[in-house]
Ligand binder design. Structure first.
Ligand SMILES: *Cc1c(COP(=O)(O)O)cnc(C)c1O
Length: 364
C-alpha cells in the first residue's frame, strides 16, 4: 500500500456538482470567458474579502501578471524568499527584473523582517512575500518596511488559501496570487487567481490575460498580452470545492495535530509550528540525516519529498552568480526538511503509521 504525498479532495457530491456545471457549459457553448469563470471569481472575492478576483490559467501566470500590472520591469530589483517554489522568483525574471533574496526565519520558514530591513534600499522596486506551507508572513512589520521605502508589495498566497493574519485573510493585504494545481487545497486541475483592491491593476490584468484586448473588443489590442485565461470548464471544478474550503482546512488542521501529537514522542523529529491562523498546505518536519530517512520511508511505501530545495541554488540562479552560503538559514533548513503524506482524506491509521515509521527511523 503506497501512501501518496498529496491527493485532491473531490468527493462524490462534488463530482456530481462539477459535472452538472460542466454539462451546462457544454450545452450553452460557453466554454471560456463565460458565466462560470465570472461566478468563480465572485465566489473567490466574497471569500477573501477583496474587491477584484481575476481567474488566470495558473498561479505562475498570475505572478507574472501581478508584476507587469504594477509596472515592474527591466532591471528593477525584486526581493523575495529563496525558500519557495521556483515560480515566485521566476516571475521577476519573466519581466526582466533582477531577483534578490532575503533569508528566512528558521521557525516559520518565511521571510525574516529584520533581514528584509537590511536588504531593502532605494533600488528595490517590489517585494514578493510567500506564505510558505500556509503559515502567514509577519505582515505588520513587512508592510511598514514596504511603505517606508515605497516598495510594491505582492503576496504569493498560493499555499495559504484560508489562512489569516491578525484576523485578515492572507492574500487580502496586497495584490495577491493563488494557484489551483491539484496538490493545492482547492483545485481546478490547472488554474490561478489574481486578487486586488486596485481598480487600475484589475483593468490591466483583465486586458493582459486576454491578449491585451481593449475592453474585451474582439481584435483591438492595447498591450502585448498573453493567453492566460481560465476556461469555464476549469472554473466549474473550483466552484463546489471553494464552497467547502473552510471545512477542508479544518480537517487538514485536525490531521496536522494528529501528526504532531504522535511525533512529539520522538524528540529527533522537529514538528512544524502550530500558530494561530495558519492553514496546513503540507505537513513538513525537520530531521537530521534527512536523505537516509526519506529514502527508507519511500522504500516502506510512504511517499515523501525534500521540500523546498533553495531556489538560489537551482541551475538558472547559479548561472546568475548565486551560490552556497548566500542564504545560510534557508540552506540549513532545506537540508533538513521532509514533506510527509498529507491530504484531507488521510485516515488516523495512515497518519499514525507514517508518524511511527518516521519516528522509529529517526532513532537509528
Ligand atoms: C503552487 C505554487 C505556485 C505556482 O502555481 P502553479 O499554478 O503551479 O503555476 C507558485 N508559488 C507557490 C508558493 C506555490 O506553492
Amino acid at each position: 500500500m503506497l501512501i501518496p504525498l498529496s491527493k485532491p479532495d473531490i468527493g462524490k457530491s462534488d463530482e456530481r456538482a462539477i459535472l452538472r456545471i460542466i454539462g451546462k457549459c457544454i450545452r450553452t457553448g460557453r466554454l471560456s470567458r463565460g458565466p462560470t469563470v465570472a461566478a468563480f471569481e465572485k465566489q473567490f472575492s466574497d471569500y477573501l474579502g477583496v474587491k477584484h478576483s481575476l481567474a488566470i490559467s495558473n498561479g505562475t501566470a498570475a505572478l507574472h501578471l501581478a508584476l507587469l500590472a504594477h509596472g515592474i520591469g527591466q532591471g528593477d530589483v525584486v526581493l523575495t524568499t529563496p525558500f519557495t517554489f521556483v515560480s515566485t522568483s521566476n516571475a521577476a525574471l519573466y519581466v526582466g527584473a533582477r531577483p534578490k533574496f532575503v533569508d528566512i526565519n528558521p521557525k516559520t520558514y518565511n521571510i525574516d523582517p529584520a533581514k528584509l530591513q537590511e536588504a531593502i534600499n532605494s533600488k528595490t522596486k517590489a517585494l514578493i512575500v510567500v506564505h510558505v506551507f500556509g503559515l502567514p508572513c509577519d505582515m505588520k512589520p513587512i508592510m511598514e518596511i514596504c511603505e517606508d521605502h515605497h516598495v510594491t508589495l505582492i503576496e504569493d498566497a498560493c499555499e495559504a488559501l484560508g489562512a489569516t493574519y491578525q484576523g485578515r485573510k492572507a492574500g487580502s493585504f496586497a495584490t495577491s496570487c493563488f494557484s489551483f494545481y491539484p496538490n493545492k487545497v482547492v483545485t481546478t486541475a490547472e488554474g490561478g487567481m489574481l486578487c486586488t483592491d486596485d481598480d487600475r491593476v484589475m483593468q490591466v490584468v483583465d486586458s493582459l490575460r486576454n491578449q491585451g484586448r481593449k475592453g474585451g473588443e474582439w481584435l483591438e489590442h492595447q498591450y502585448v498580452g498573453f493567453n492566460y485565461r481560465m476556461s469555464d470548464v476549469h472554473a466549474a471544478i473550483g466552484i463546489p470545492l471553494m464552497r467547502k474550503v473552510d471545512r477542508l482546512n479544518t480537517i487538514r488542521e485536525k490531521n496536522a495535530k494528529l501528526y504532531s501529537n504522535t511525533l512529539k514522542e520522538y524528540p529527533q523529529v522537529k514538528i512544524p509550528p502550530d500558530v494561530d491562523g495558519r492553514t496546513w498546505f503540507v505537513y513538513v518536519v525537520e530531521v537530521d540525516d534527512r536523505d537516509r530517512i526519506g529514502s527508507e520511508l519511500n522504500k516502506a511505501g510512504i511517499e515523501c519529498k525534500p521540500y523546498f530545495p533553495p531556489v538560489h541554488l537551482q541551475t538558472p540562479y547559479r548561472l546568475m552568480g548565486f551560490k552556497e552560503g548566500d542564504f545560510p538559514v534557508c540552506e540549513n533548513v532545506a537540508k533538513r526538511v521532509l514533506a510527509l503524506p498529507f491530504f484531507t482524506s488521510m485516515t488516523p491509521k495512515q497518519i499514525g503509521h507514517v508518524a511511527k515509521t518516521l519516528g522509529e527511523l529517526s532513532r537509528r
